[in-house]
Ligand binder design. Structure first.
Ligand code: 3PG
Length: 209
């Protein structure tokens, strides 16, 4: 299932690493109030599934998804916690088969033209492009979108406030993701005012494009 429609409201998606479930709801409300429409919680910490469940149940007006998906069984795990979409850094047939069978919208990762074409064949017209900056960033996306005009990208990895505008100006980029506006230090310090300021700036970059 293609996830394109989920990101139509806001083109900036926070990719967050939550170390303590206790901050999840306040973080989600802060991002929602800043104008963010969807959030990707990465499955890289022990409390990530709990954080997804808390956000899904307590902040229902924010679309919550799970990132860093790399095993098929994670699809059922995140569905049980209320996740609305999955994002994976790469994709395998097993992962795709499971996402399709569980009807979980997936943004599968691709880094090469062959991977992009394979995902397109499986019905995924929106693909994660990761790690965006290391793969060649904006010039690389411009180059691949010439022969692959039907594919839209959700680049993440190394994007900053300074780079965001250039990515968003590309017709092949639907939305961008990043952690730059939810810095680990601010989250650890529970500095939600500081996160809000960065998030408002990030959302603003998405709006002017
Ligand atoms: C991801 O999982 O998509 C990336 O780790 C996010 O990249 P960033 O932390 O460089 O923004």
């Amino acid at each position: 299932m293609d996830a394109s429609k989920l990101f139509s409201k806001s083109r900036i998606v926070p990719v967050v690493v939550i170390e303590e479930a206790a901050v999840a709801v306040d973080l989600a409300k802060t991002l929602r109030d800043a104008g963010v429409a969807s959030i990707e919680v990465t499955l890289r910490t022990a409390c990530a599934l709990e954080a997804i469940e808390l956000i899904a149940s307590q902040v229902p007006d924010l679309i919550v998804g799970a990132g860093s998906i790399r095993r098929p069984e994670q699809i059922s795990e995140i569905a049980a916690r209320g996740a609305s979409f999955a994002v994976s850094p790469g994709a395998t047939e097993l992962l795709i088969d499971e996402a399709i069978s569980k009807q979980m919208p997936l943004v599968p990762g691709a880094a090469t033209a062959s991977e992009m074409i394979r995902l397109s064949e499986r019905g995924y017209q929106l693909q994660k492009f990761f790690p965006a900056e290391l793969l060649g960033g904006v010039p690389m996306l411009k180059a691949v979108s010439g022969p692959l005009p039907e594919i839209k990208f959700f680049p993440t990895g190394g994007i900053t406030a300074a780079l965001a505008k250039d990515y968003l100006s590309l017709a092949c980029v639907s939305c961008i993701g990043g952690s730059w506006f939810v810095p680990a230090a601010l989250l650890k310090a529970r500095d939600f005012a500081g996160i809000r300021e960065l998030a408002v700036e990030a959302v603003g970059i998405g709006e002017v494009q």
